[in-house]
Design a protein around this ligand. Structure first.
Ligand code: HEC
Length: 202
């Protein structure tokens, strides 16, 4: 008898918990699990770039054109993979960009870059965002210049030949250690809207 009662109480609290959760989602609260995962994946991605750049800097042989390409291009590829696997949109953005695809894509992104520029202690933050009519949350994380980045993002004349050849409109040079290089921007669509769309589609 006690057991049945216990189950009942558990059931009721579960249902009321779920009901409480629905308006929270309606107010476009970020899904904490998704947000936590995005934060973690971006830390890994950033560490991957730092690791590749440091490896190139410390390599015993001088870097070849091929090894040179193995620093920031793979970061872009991994960002694409994360987008596909999680249903997010993972981007890198910078005011001084090398690849024009990495220009800030709206006013909020430009404001986020300005915020990082103004506050060097700000590592990351998130805010509600609507992209192409889809509501969700955008997580921003700063990218700083390290010594190992200067081989390709330092003085204009010292850039590797492949950069000069492949990026004629390059703006991503003349940085110093500690400068803001740019940011990652991860758009996480709202779960509720995704579910509703799936239901109306079926
Ligand atoms: C071996 C050369 C090389 C090194 C070293 C290097 N980068 Fe890059 N970086 C590039 C190239 C090339 C691109 C453009 C990649 C593309 O087309 O997506 C780029 C692009 C970027 C971007 C994307 C925004 C943009 O300008 O297109 C960021 C952010 C970035 N680099 C940060 C860094 C940081 C931080 C470091 C050091 C930890 C670093 N890079 C080291 C070559 C390099």
């Amino acid at each position: 008898m006690m057991r049945v009662f216990f189950r009942f109480v558990l059931g009721v609290s579960l249902v009321s918990f779920l009901l409480m959760g629905v308006p929270a989602i309606a107010q476009a609260q970020p899904d904490p699990a998704q947000l936590a995962k995005a934060v973690e994946e971006i830390e890994n991605l950033d560490a991957m770039r730092s690791g590749l750049a440091a490896y190139l800097e410390d390599a015993p042989e001088p870097p070849t054109a091929e090894t040179m390409k193995q620093v920031c291009k793979p970061v872009g590829m991994k960002a694409m993979q994360l987008s596909q696997e999680n249903g997010w949109q993972v981007k890198q953005m910078a005011n001084k960009y090398r690849n024009p695809a990495h220009a800030p894509d709206n006013l909020h992104a430009r404001m986020a870059l300005a915020k990082f520029e103004q506050d060097p202690d700000l590592t990351g933050f998130w805010e509600p965002e609507t992209l192409d009519g889809v509501t969700g949350t955008r997580y921003y994380r700063r990218i700083n210049v390290e010594a190992s980045c200067l081989a390709c993002h330092g003085a204009k004349n010292n850039r590797p030949q492949f950069v000069k050849n492949n990026y004629p409109q390059d703006l991503a040079y003349d940085f110093n250690v500690g400068d803001l290089r740019g940011m990652y921007a991860v758009f996480i669509p709202d779960v509720k809207q995704a579910i509703e769309e799936a239901l109306t589609a079926s």
